[in-house]
Design a protein around this ligand. Structure first.
Ligand SMILES: NC(=O)c1ccc[n+]([C@@H]2O[C@H](COP(=O)([O-])OP(=O)(O)OC[C@H]3O[C@@H](n4cnc5c(N)ncnc54)[C@H](OP(=O)(O)O)[C@@H]3O)[C@@H](O)[C@H]2O)c1
Length: 279
């Protein structure tokens, strides 16, 4: 058995590669340049370039399970992902584990139609629906925290249970390796709910300087997202999904029975990565 990890250089993909290889499984990682971190085997692969779809199977014909991180910033990934799924099935792939998100149900945007398609064709699959990543604070949120001591969001007083990438990778590993395929979706959340005011207070405590939460309107959020290069429709989808947190969407996810609760606490994440926000 070899497991193909698409998005192999990404946040969840690389953590998953380490987990699986530590457990003795063969993995192949994809990246658009074909370069992946040592000690892994990498292949050139681009969802927007179907001529690259056979590369993984040429590199390792034993691939039979695939972790799917679809193209980033695409509102409907099915047109890009479906031809690869169809090819992979003919090459002997028996199980797909798809990274989606808590706001995206079966048939919805981004990976929602991929979920629907996998169910339709009757292949073994799992869909991971993590909530917002803790790692956003060390990526997209870094600039406003360092420059203005601000965390920005449209979530108002809504609460959500930020989840660590380590915990998502663990869920992905289980979904790939469990003897019985899940053939369903599962939410993945962190252990505690936070409002952004509470996040700002926690980060202030860890850093020893005051970080404030700035409430954005949906229009302001869309503008920021398009200014960093996201397409207008995708930016609109993200801003709306975040705005729904104010109406309790992520509290409902946290209270759902269909969830995996990660181990890492936000405080531990802030303490471990403290240097990221020190100015
Ligand atoms: N951030 C959150 O809070 C959150 C919450 C829930 C769900 N998600 C979902 O998590 C997924 C990953 O997002 P992320 O921001 O954490 O990204 P990431 O996994 O850290 O990075 C994206 C990965 O995809 C690869 N990639 C990008 N465009 C590609 C293309 N056209 N073809 C093939 N590979 C491509 C990149 O590899 P190369 O650059 O090496 O090619 C990279 O490995 C997204 O689908 C997002 O919707 C995110």
């Amino acid at each position: 058995m070899t497991i193909l990890i698409t998005g192999g250089t990404g946040k969840t993909g690389l953590k998953l590669a380490h987990l699986l290889s530590k457990a003795g499984h063969a993995v192949v990682l994809t990246s658009r340049k074909g370069e992946v971190p040592q000690p892994f085997k990498g292949v050139k692969f681009d969802w927007l370039e179907p001529s690259t779809f056979t590369n993984p199977f040429d590199a390792d014909p034993a691939i039979d399970r695939v972790y799917v991180v679809g193209p980033i910033g695409v509102l409907d990934t099915l047109p890009h992902v479906k031809p690869f799924i169809d090819l992979a099935v003919t090459k002997g792939v028996k199980r797909f584990v798809v990274l989606s998100g808590s706001p995206v149900g079966k048939g919805g945007p981004v990976a929602g139609k991929v979920h629907e398609y996998l169910e339709e064709i009757g292949v073994d699959y799992a869909v991971l629906r993590p909530t917002w990543f803790m790692e956003n604070f060390s990526t997209v949120f870094v600039a406003p925290i360092r420059a203005h001591n601000q965390i920005v969001s449209v979530a108002k007083d809504g609460r959500l249970a930020f989840v660590a990438v380590d915990d998502i990778a663990k869920a992905a590993s289980d979904a790939l390796l469990d003897e019985k395929s899940w053939n369903s979706d599962r939410f993945i959340v962190g252990p505690e709910l936070f409002s952004y005011d509470e996040v700002a207070a926690l980060l202030s405590e860890v850093l020893g300087r005051e970080i404030k939460y700035k409430r954005l309107t949906e229009d302001e959020s869309r503008l920021i997202l398009t200014s960093v290069g996201l397409d207008a429709e995708y930016a609109s989808f993200l801003a709306k999904a975040e705005a729904r947190i104010a109406d309790g969407s992520e509290v409902a996810v946290f209270e759902s029975d269909n969830k995996i609760v990660g181990k890492k606490h936000l405080k531990e994440f802030f303490e471990t990565n403290r240097e990221t926000w020190v100015i």
